[in-house]
Design a protein around this ligand. Sequence first.
Ligand code: PMT
Length: 409
Amino acid sequence: MIFFETSILSVMSDELAGKHIVLGITGGVAGYKAAELARLLGKAGAQVDVVMTAAAIHFVAPLTFQALTGRPVFTSLWDVPQENGMAHIDLTRRADAVIVAPATADFIAKLVHGLADDLLASLCLARDCPLLVAPAMNRQMWEHPATVRNMAQLRADGVGVLGPASGAQACGEVGAGRMLEPAEIIDALRASFQPKMLAGKRVLLTAGPTFEALDPVRGLTNSSSGKMGFALAQASAEAGAEVTLVAGPVSLPTPAGVTRIDVTGALEMRDAVKSALAGRHIFIAVAAVADYRPAVPVAHKIKKGAQTLTLELVANPDILAEVAARPDAPFCVGFAAESQNLAEYAEGKRRAKQLPLVVGNLVQDGLGGNANVVTLFDAAGAHPLAPGDKLTIARAIVRHIAEMLDAQN
Ligand code: PMT
């Protein structure tokens, strides 16, 4: 008999609460968005110190940021409230992260060359905390070989690059170079603060539906959106893992730092998993794989006419079961989407495939939407997680996996 725990595992509080963020603002039209960014950071519980370059104050007044953060705004290396006159040192010693938004092409070039001719550039050089930049510039400046070279160097130096987005620009042109929206920057900051619980681990995931072609225009599929699997890929990458995601046909952006392999049918998904499996520590099967596919592929469109049409289907291989049965199997995590009897069916799948962990969800809760309600099933019993958005739940699942792996060692 299985003993099921009934306690709800807690979901993390806001990662930004109590964090000290230095918000650097350089001279671009997108400076107006930095005001909203400062407001959102404060709302999330972060303490924000704003540092503006001489050019930035031509676009937005320092007083705006002072009012939004309730703290003095720093604009010069020479006119600083610090007793020792060393704001570039003091500010970064207290900071959990420096984020420069907007970051102009000029400021990025300065960072690349280690120039320190104003307060913001100096503190970026003097910091020992993570630095993130949100570039904002005209599309031709963004595409210029000098900027392309500088961005590559910045990334190589370990600076986090957020965006830019594409779209209409203040100059009237359309293209890449728009600063990300403040809410997107906040999300990226939250992601950067995730504990690196899977550092050194290599994770392989499947996500989304499969599409089993009946003829060149029709097929069998299901309504999995891929959101749960993509959220888990993102959460694994945030936790420091090297992540490869085998995705069925979905239209979702690839999470930052994740290698994506797009597939269509179950056989293709199985081939992609097999060829990406070597050296993986963790395999997470989130995909809603079609159990059957048409026995005979039809090369031409099936014509209308007959009153009945009989399809012959054959079973697809069970990708997860095959991986879990390997002698060198990684730590395997299965998913179970049920419409009833969740605990019984999910635990049944866990035992049948001999998996350390199965994530159970009701189809009515998890399929398609942005939120989910899941229960984790492992040898210790059932662990219901608090309902939440899929990324929050994915982070909690990653935490559970990391704890199980730690306990094994
Ligand atoms: O994509 P979303 O809209 O965000 O929805 C997420 C989800 C509901 C699809 C996801 O949370 C989920 O529950 N996925 C598993 C769906 C399911 O019930 O699968 P299953 O019972 O058919 O398979 C059990 C496990 O075996 C799953 O891990 C599945 O990926 C794996 N499997 C199944 C069949 C097969 N041929 N190969 C497999 O690897």
